[in-house]
Design a protein around this ligand. Structure first.
Ligand code: GMT
Length: 382
């Protein structure tokens, strides 16, 4: 098939999932066209069957705000026409789903019926999408997508709770290429980050308020008072400065390492003992799943789709949002001895295997067949 994928090219989970999906589809022989404003961070170069189309918004002085959605729409029309795409798969509702719908309408006028699938990732529904000013557009785009998927049961439920949407939404969970992880932790990294045999905690996020990075630090401070430990923070974003200030105020800067954004943090994560996540909400928690795939158990807040990914007592331990003391207690419970840690490590690896791409890719391919067939038989859809 010839598939157009629209996504955010940044470090966020939706971009990572879209990129990994495109790579896996290309490896299966499909032709994949990425259409976005920058080359997706996880997309390598010169990959067979993969093409990248940049959406360039010109800096015209009349506009205070450049009309990205319209430029994207025009690009979609162009790529569908000239690359003879069979379908579009857009990740994140805003503004990708509405741009795809607009492109679909324009193409219909040219006698071309292009189906589009919208995958909801989380903040498009739970945070951004709940801004009342977006509601009518998101609702319309969801209703008029040829098919809609959500990355967890929890997100599917929340979509129905927050939007007056009547149509089917299929849950297709996020996935990982387990073969990409595994192996033994890199000893030299371990030596670098924990030179005196400290336990290593790690957190990966975009440091937005929803991630509650300060809670991660407070959990660490509790643990640090009771066992030799260090915390690696991967990523960057609005709350980094506040996080740095909290470390300075507590004199723990030496044991909290801010590593910044990393395209492929796997090796560093794999060298750690525990992944900590304190999010207010998390539709899925791809970073936690990636940690599990490295054999690193997770202590997390019990929110959104997290319990669908992290099995309490098996691959990690879960606490209510804001329960810093409880989370610190759970970190200590997992790290208290080697046998317990090893049990959770095994649980993490086994839990991650449930989300291997080999199990998820056929579900997307089946959905692609379905929507293309729908257009073939009906001529039009919706
Ligand atoms: O977490 C973010 O702020 C980024 C956002 C995104 O669009 O990439 O993440 C969302 O989508 C990921 C991929 O499906 C999920 O793993 C994250 O849980 C979800 N984030 C939230 O729900 C806060």
């Amino acid at each position: 098939m010839r598939i157009g994928i629209v996504c955010y090219p940044t470090f966020g989970g939706s971009g990572v999932v879209a990129t990994e999906l495109g790579l896996a589809l290309a490896a299966e022989g499909h032709v994949v066209h990425f259409i976005t404003y920058d080359r997706p961070v996880r997309l390598g170069r010169d990959i067979a069957n993969i093409f990248y189309h940049e959406v360039r918004v010109s800096d015209y002085p009349l506009f205070d705000y450049q009309p990205y959605e319209l430029v994207l729409t025009s690009k979609l029309v162009d790529v569908v026409l000239h690359e003879q795409l069979d379908l579009l798969h857009v990740h994140y509702a805003i503004p990708h789903a509405s741009a795809a719908w607009m492109a679909q309408q324009i193409l219909r006028g040219k006698g071309i019926h292009i189906p589009f699938i919208t995958t909801l990732h989380g903040t498009d529904i739970t945070l951004v999408g709940r801004d009342p000013s977006f509601e009518p557009v998101i609702t319309y785009a969801i209703e008029h997508s040829t098919a809609v998927t959500a990355v967890s049961e929890s997100l599917r439920r929340e979509t129905f709770e927050h939007f007056p949407v009547k149509r089917d939404i299929e849950v297709i969970p996020n996935f990982i290429r387990t073969e990409r992880y595994g192996g033994q932790p890199d000893r030299s990294l371990r030596q670098r980050f924990a030179p005196n045999g400290e336990k290593l905690l790690v957190h990966v996020s975009n440091f937005r308020p929803v991630k509650r990075v300060l809670d991660v630090l407070k959990v660490f401070l509790e643990v640090h008072g009771r066992m030799p430990a260090r915390l690696l923070l991967i990523g960057d974003g609005p709350d980094r400065q506040a996080a740095e200030a909290l470390c300075r105020a507590n004199g723990t800067c030496g044991d909290v390492l801010f590593l910044g954004k990393m395209t492929e943090p796997d090796a560093v994560v794999a060298s750690c003992d525990l992944f900590v996540q304190a999010s207010e909400t998390e539709s899925f928690g791809l970073a936690a799943l990636e940690a599990m795939a490295c054999g690193v158990p997770v202590v997390s807040t019990n929110t959104g789709g997290t319990p669908e990914v992290v099995e309490h007592g098996v691959s990690g331990l879960l606490n209510p949002v804001g329960d810093v003391q409880g989370m610190a207690g759970n970190v200590l419970a997992i790290l208290k001895d080697q046998t317990t840690l090893q049990r959770f490590r095994t649980g993490a690896l086994e839990g991650a295997a449930r989300f291997d791409i080999a199990k998820v890719l056929p579900r997307y391919e089946a959905l692609y067949e379905q929507v293309v067939e729908k257009v073939r038989t009906n001529g039009v859809h919706q």
